[in-house]
Each structure stands twice: as C-alpha cells, then as structure tokens.
Design a binder for this molecule. Structure first.
Ligand code: 5GP
Ligand code: MN
Length: 337
C-alpha cells in the first residue's frame, strides 16, 4: 500500500465511522479470517462495524472468534440493505471485483462512501479509493497483518485477531506448503503464535471435522477421477445426484481437487461440481509450476483467481463441460508437458 494512501486512510479512521466489511461469495477460511481479524482490530476504536457475507459458509469455519456477528445477505437481506445504506466505509476483503459478491452487488449501487480493497488475486478492478492489492501475498490474512502494521498498531494484535489471521493464512497456503508461502509468511505466523494463536488446535478445528458422509463423498469423487496422462491433467466430477446421495453440506468438497494434484507428475487438476442450488457447474482448478489456471479460467470458464488456484463456472451440462475441457487441453499441450 502506498505511503500516501496509508496516511489518508489513517486520517479517515481517526474519527468513528460506519464500517462494513465484506468477503467474497462462498467465503473460505481466508475470506472469513480476514474479515474477522480486521473486525477485532477496528473494533478497538469507536467505529460502528458490521460484517456482511453474501451467503452461507461451511460449518468448519463457525468456531472462529466473532463468527456469530457475521450477517448473511442471502438470509438477512433487509437488515443488511439498511446497514449498507448508511455505510461510510466499505472494506472488500479477499476479492477484487464487485461481481464476486454476486446477488449482493446491486445493494451497493447507491453507496457514496469509500471502498478499501485488501486482496491478493490477479487483475484488480478499479473501484476502491484505498487499494492494497498484492498478488505475491500468500493470503488476505497476511495482508491484514501487514495492514495493522502499516497503521502502527501491531501491539493491538490480540488472541482473537491472531487466531483469525492464522486460520486464513493456513487455509490459503494449504498448511504452508503452496509456493505463495514465503519467509515473510512464516514470520507473520510466528508473530501470530506469540500473540496467542493456538496452532495445533486451529489445524484440528479446520481439518479434523470430517463426517462419514464427507469421506464417502470423497470416495465417490476419487472413483470418478479421470486421468489424461497426455496432458499431465486429471479431473473429477460430482453430479447433483451424487452430492445428494451423501447428504452434501456446504464445504464438504473442500480440498477434493488437491487429491488430483497429488498424483505423481500431474500439473493440472480440475473438479466439476454440479451446484445443488443454482443451474450451473462450479469449477475449481489447481496447477503446479507455471501453468496459469487463472488465465485458463478467465479465458474459458468465466472465472479467475491465482496462477495455481482458480475457480470458474459452466452453464453447460456435465458431459458437455468435460468434453469442452478435454478439447481445450489440446491448445495447452506444450505448456502441460
Ligand atoms: P476455489 O476453487 O477454492 O473456489 O477458488 C480458488 C481461488 O480462485 C480462490 O482464491 C477464489 O477466491 C478464486 N475464485 C474462485 N472462483 C472465482 C471466480 O469465479 N472468479 C474469480 N475472479 N476468482 C475466483
Ligand atoms: Mn485468499
């Protein structure tokens, strides 16, 4: 973040403000962790703060300190609209284009105040007066730590902030193993442990909460895996019927795509999941090395993200979607070998 912007934002935050903090739709650990971490920080000043998520998020995030304060636009639309109408400052965290909040976007049409974007995805849109966008960052939670540091307030980091930020960094880095994990990330993590983040307990709370249904659904997903050795690519499908057979709950498919990427020699893994709620297929893409799934998704599946992790969607049938995917690979053969 530029020095000038830091100073200007500090001035804005010197007087009490009506603040709304927003994560992207289908928020993950980094989105919820960054919103709550920022909330616990700003709440030490005399601001009036709401956190509004566009929609529901998985159970395994619901132990996080302050989580019960998060409003969900899909369920509490009227009260959320009333809060947004009065907002003076809106923080958008872990996304960088307003289309990523989907059905909530129109609620911000009349917003006259300033946006603050804190985000690590590629290709930021131009809507924020204050912009902290850095694609080299492991996670938005690492950026919230830096943001608090820019404000000269690391002494205000308490156990709640540390717990929330640790959780988001851990989930977005695949427990500190993705290439986005830097020595700075580890330094931030070390500081968060010093501030009270209970590392082993957080890993358990996030990762060791599987249900029998989820493990059976994973079994189904792995059975459905298709390998395309010619392209060092694998993909997994899950139909609506399969999800329903195993009593699918939000978050149950989290991490499934990584099993594809764990196969020896594989550079590109995809999972296609029929939405239970909408008439579309949600796509998650992962890669190793230089192959950019962000560019692939932007070009073909109406999505985006990072070089090695991106999402997208398809409105074709499952069969048409996978056929299209396989056909597209031909154009990327040299990159994938
Ligand atoms: P996931 O596959 O876990 O849903 O998403 C992987 C990464 O891509 C996350 O950082 C997520 O925020 C981002 N992402 C997922 N879906 C979309 C999308 O439709 N558009 C953009 N721009 N990013 C996405
Ligand atoms: Mn993130």
């Amino acid at each position: 973040m530029e020095e000038k912007q830091i100073k200007a934002l500090k001035t804005v935050l010197e007087t009490p403000k009506k603040i709304v903090i927003i994560p992207h739709k289908n928020p993950d650990g980094d989105a919820i962790g960054s919103c709550l971490g920022l909330f616990h920080y700003l709440n030490q000043y005399k601001h009036d703060i709401a956190i509004i998520a566009p929609n529901e998020y998985p159970e395994f995030l619901k132990w996080m300190p302050g989580e019960e304060r998060i409003l969900k636009f899909e369920y509490q639309t009227d009260s959320c609209n009333a809060i947004l109408e009065k907002a003076e400052l809106v923080f958008t965290l872990d996304f960088n284009a307003l289309s990523r909040i989907d059905e909530m976007e129109p609620a911000l049409k009349n917003f006259q105040g300033d946006y603050v974007m804190i985000d690590h995805h590629q290709a930021p849109a131009d809507y924020a007066r204050f912009m902290y966008s850095d694609t080299s960052m492991s996670s938005t939670c690492e950026m919230i730590y830096n943001f608090i540091d820019f404000m000269g307030d690391t002494d205000k980091i308490n156990k709640d902030i540390a717990t929330c930020l640790y959780t988001g960094i851990m989930t977005d880095t695949g427990s500190f193993r993705f290439p986005s994990t830097t020595s700075s990330t580890h330094r931030v993590i070390a500081n968060l442990i010093d501030k009270g983040a209970e590392n082993a307990n957080i890993h358990n709370a996030i990762l060791d909460t599987n249900s029998i249904d989820k493990l059976h659904l994973l079994g189904c997903a792995l059975k459905n895996l298709v390998a395309l050795p010619e392209y060092n690519t694998v993909y997994i499908t899950l139909s609506r019927e399969e999800l329903q057979q195993f009593n699918y709950k939000k978050g149950d498919t989290e991490g499934f795509v990584n099993y594809g990427l764990s196969l020896k020699g594989i550079k590109f893994a995809a999972i296609f999941i029929e939405s239970v709620q909408e008439d579309l297929i949600k796509i998650s893409l992962r890669s190793k090395g230089d192959f950019s799934v962000n560019e692939f998704s932007r070009a073909h599946f109406n999505g985006g993200g990072h070089t090695n992790a991106a999402g997208g969607r398809s409105t074709l049938s499952m069969e048409e979607t996978t056929q299209r995917f396989e056909a597209l690979l031909k154009d990327y053969k040299s990159q994938l070998q």
